[in-house]
Design a protein around this ligand. Structure first.
Ligand SMILES: [Zn+2]
Length: 197
């Protein structure tokens, strides 16, 4: 009987450990091609997303994590193709990289969206790192039924790295240092999640 409980504990633990384990990160640079995303002050969101996504891939590789990008160039892609790529990898988590915009140009800060309960844990880790690393307003983590978040097999988050409609945040977002920090701290947040028990 005692060994049965041991086995049960082991199984429960393995399942929990398994849930947090990922060997690949699918990096999705939001928008692209004809779809520029937000466009403010001459800055295309799709362009910023691509830069941060590339830097994120570099940061994750340095941490020994395999990465796959949903797009490698400035091309138009629909959501189904992005989800299709993500779902080809069974032990993957998904990070979609975006910048935000609002008609009220005073709105600023970072926020992270999720759909599943595992996604929430990733969002929480990533958001904490972003706020600390970028020293920006914390808009929190939010549940959303975005196709990419609900349609992927593995847990997914969508990170909004700042508002390009806000002039001061846009000036910062254009800098290499902001872009590199964003990428580095997103990678740190993903590693925090990976170490969770
Ligand atoms: Zn976007």
């Amino acid at each position: 009987m005692k060994s049965f409980f041991k086995l049960l504990l082991f199984l429960v633990f393995s399942l929990v450990a398994e849930a947090r384990y990922f060997d690949t990160v699918i990096i999705d640079p939001g928008h692209g091609g004809r779809d520029k995303g937000a466009y403010w002050g001459g800055i295309r969101e799709s362009y910023l997303n691509m830069i941060v996504a590339n830097k994120l891939a570099y940061e994750l590789k340095a941490r020994g994590i395999k990465t796959v990008m949903t797009r490698y160039s400035d091309r138009t892609m629909n959501k189904a193709s992005r989800i299709g790529i993500a779902n080809a990898y069974p032990k993957a988590i998904v990070v979609s990289v975006h910048f935000n915009a609002h008609l009220d140009t005073s709105v600023r800060g970072v926020e992270t969206f999720y759909y599943s309960s595992e996604g929430r844990k990733i969002a929480d880790r990533v958001q904490k790192r972003l706020v600390k690393g970028l020293k920006v307003r914390d808009r929190g983590i939010k549940p959303r039924k975005f196709a990419l978040l609900s349609g992927t097999r593995g847990p997914a988050v969508l990170v909004e790295c700042g508002f390009i409609s806000n002039s001061s945040e846009r000036s910062k977002a254009k800098t290499r240092s902001y872009q590199s920090t964003a990428a580095r701290v997103i990678a740190d947040g993903l590693m925090d999640y990976r170490k969770m028990r």
